[in-house]
Design a protein around this ligand. Structure first.
Ligand code: ARG
Length: 588
């Protein structure tokens, strides 16, 4: 279905043409003076030069042709040549009815659906999820959902970090602690045990211990480097250990992501790229791209237009071990082979931008992707504490994601029990649902590339531009609708009629922008646009609610129309929060 401003633009284009001007001048935009009008067209000013005429005269000619238009109520020319416009109430009501019957609420879905792989999450196995991984999960999940709503085939891949030094460190530490395990016995020929020799709790303690020791103990570090290389070369005992580490970690990660309402289609890992490495490296050598530099194998990716140095892309270290760049390149090979996507989008901390610049350049230069395959990087900013520094625990340690979620839920729980309308049994679940909205909205309402301050008090507030405020608005609508039902009303067959007051009309105008908002959010990979939009819709709804009798409305048709508009508002808001990756409770 058409957008509201497309309908308007068409009217204007016709009016310009009829008056002998270029129809392309008939663009309509939301008014920047909402006190004067709802929409405006500035085409007369643009045409003044071309037609050597005062803009006011052009605007007058055009306005004359708009008289009697079903789309506008008010057409007013103001100096120097603006055409100020208000929507016609019948037309707007008709548009609401059209939106109601469109399952995509006026979003124009992709004509040619694309295959898009989103690489997000990016946790490292055996290391606890920390807040650094939170943003990737939240932003990536939202973009995935928006892309699907647009009709694309979007594949979310968690891309586990499981092939680097951290694995060698864990293996080395285990060897120090439990040297008797069969994984360390080179002569062992039997079956390795089914059961992992550690729990997730132990694993999470082993990694930091190993990492700390490797920084002060060179022999230990060298052992870990060697273990990493042996693992990458498929040493059976280490592969068996690696399997245990993966199993134990992945089970824990799945639990954590489920709590965040984040779901991946693929649980692929860096190690999955390993089989593609040898042939890829060989080809880069054969075709003259890769050369040796101080023992390491590299590909030059600098370009003449570079204003700052882009160092060569490292393929293999001097000991032959693969690196972060190697697995990322080989993963591109794998993805091309298995999915041949139109785009690969990486949602990763923006501090990794140089890494991705190198990987993308190398992939293009060496022909790992087609000319048409888009490689894109959405680098996000840091989540800071109130002190403006990267978020930490009270004692300065790395904040575990679980604890952060727990803190928010607790705070929400406190606020919800203060609100006596909810029975205690519900409060805990409600706190979880609302808490998630606080975290996600707090994150997504900022432009992804910017740093932001994680402020528990602000994010959990029921007032202002927050997740709980949006949910509060939805819950308010739900409760009116259920009271309507309790009083014997039915939502079937209700017809949205022209607005009975300004605040209702304003709500309708806001709702009509849904399609454009979602399309923009997708094009610009900007979920924050949806946040800004639902904040406006919620404000418009709450003003309408305060100014309008709804359930006590006497005229049954008017009442029915208001109820139908409530239902549409609820659908727009619920669809939007689903695109952001959270949901609303029934009460709060
Ligand atoms: N595991 C990485 C990290 O924690 C993030 C992975 C991002 N994705 C990728 N394809 N490199 O920094």
């Amino acid at each position: 279905m058409k957008k509201l401003n497309e309908y308007m633009g068409e009217e204007l284009a016709k009016a310009f043409e009829k008056a002998g001007y270029d129809p392309a001048l008939g663009k309509v935009v939301v008014s920047n003076r909402p006190d004067l009008c709802e929409y405006q067209c500035n085409g007369a000013m643009a045409g003044a030069k071309k037609y050597k005429k005062a803009p006011f005269m052009i605007a007058d000619d055009v306005a004359a042709n708009l008289a009697g238009s079903r789309v506008f109520d008010k057409i007013e020319v103001v100096k120097p040549g603006f055409i100020n416009l208000d929507t016609n109430k019948d037309f707007l009501a008709e548009y609401m009815r059209e939106m109601e019957s469109d399952p995509y609420l006026s979003v124009t879905r992709a004509e040619k659906p694309e295959t898009i792989i989103i690489d997000y999450g990016g946790p490292n196995v055996a290391k606890p999820l920390h807040v650094g991984h939170l943003r990737s999960a939240i932003i990536g999940e939202s973009i995935k959902r928006i892309g699907r709503f647009m009709g694309h085939n979007v594949i979310g891949d968690v891309h586990l970090g499981d092939w680097g030094l951290q694995m060698g460190l864990i293996i080395t530490e285990l060897r120090v602690r439990k040297p008797e395990l069969p994984y360390f016995d080179d002569d062992f020929t039997g079956e390795y045990p089914e059961e992992a020799p550690f729990t997730i709790g132990e694993l999470e303690e082993i990694y930091p211990a190993a990492s700390a020791r490797s920084k002060v103990d060179d022999d230990y570090r060298n052992e870990a480097l060697e273990a990493t290389e042996q693992l990458q070369n498929g040493k059976p005992g280490y592969m068996a250990l690696w399997n245990h580490i993966m199993k134990v970690s992945v089970a824990d990660l799945k639990k954590n992501y489920a709590r965040l309402n984040v779901e991946f289609d693929l649980w692929k890992a860096e190690s999955d790229a390993q089989p593609y490495i040898p042939a890829m490296v060989q080809r880069m050598k054969d075709e003259g791209y890769a050369y040796e530099d101080q023992g390491a194998l590299v590909v030059d990716v600098s370009e003449e237009s570079d204003t700052k140095e882009v160092p060569p892309c490292m393929l293999l270290k001097s000991d032959g071990a693969s690196l972060y760049t190697t697995t990322d390149l080989a993963t591109i090979v794998e993805r091309m082979k298995l999915y041949d996507p139109d785009e690969m989008l990486y949602v990763v901390d923006k501090r990794q931008d140089l890494h991705f610049e190198q990987v993308f350049r190398c992939a293009r230069k060496t022909g790992l992707v087609k000319d048409t395959t888009r490689l894109s990087f959405l680098g996000f900013g840091t989540m800071n504490g109130k002190d403006g520094k990267p978020f930490k625990t009270r004692d300065g340690g790395v904040m575990r994601l679980e604890n952060l979620i727990g803190d928010i839920e607790q705070e929400m729980f406190k606020k919800i029990v203060e609100n006596r309308s909810v029975k205690d049994t519900d409060a805990e679940n409600t706190a979880k649902v609302v808490g998630l909205s606080a975290i996600k909205y707090g994150d997504l309402s900022n432009q992804a590339t910017k740093d932001y301050i994680f402020d528990v008090d602000r994010f959990t507030s029921f007032e202002g531009n927050t997740g709980p405020y949006i949910l509060y608005t939805i819950v308010r609508i739900k409760s009116i609708l259920s009271r309507f039902a309790e009083e014997g009303g039915s939502e079937d067959g209700l017809v949205i009629l022209p607005a009975i007051n300004e605040s209702q009309k304003n709500l309708m105008l806001k709702l009509s922008a849904f399609g454009q908002t979602v399309e923009n959010a997708f094009d610009e990979k900007a979920p924050h646009k949806i946040c800004a939009y639902i904040y406006e819709v919620s404000n418009a709804f709450n003003s309408f609610y305060h100014e309008t009798k709804i359930l006590s409305q006497e005229d049954p048709e008017v009442k029915g129309s208001l109820i139908a508009l409530l239902a549409l508002t609820k659908k727009v808001l619920e669809t939007s929060i689903d695109l952001l990756g959270f949901s609303a409770p029934d009460r709060m």
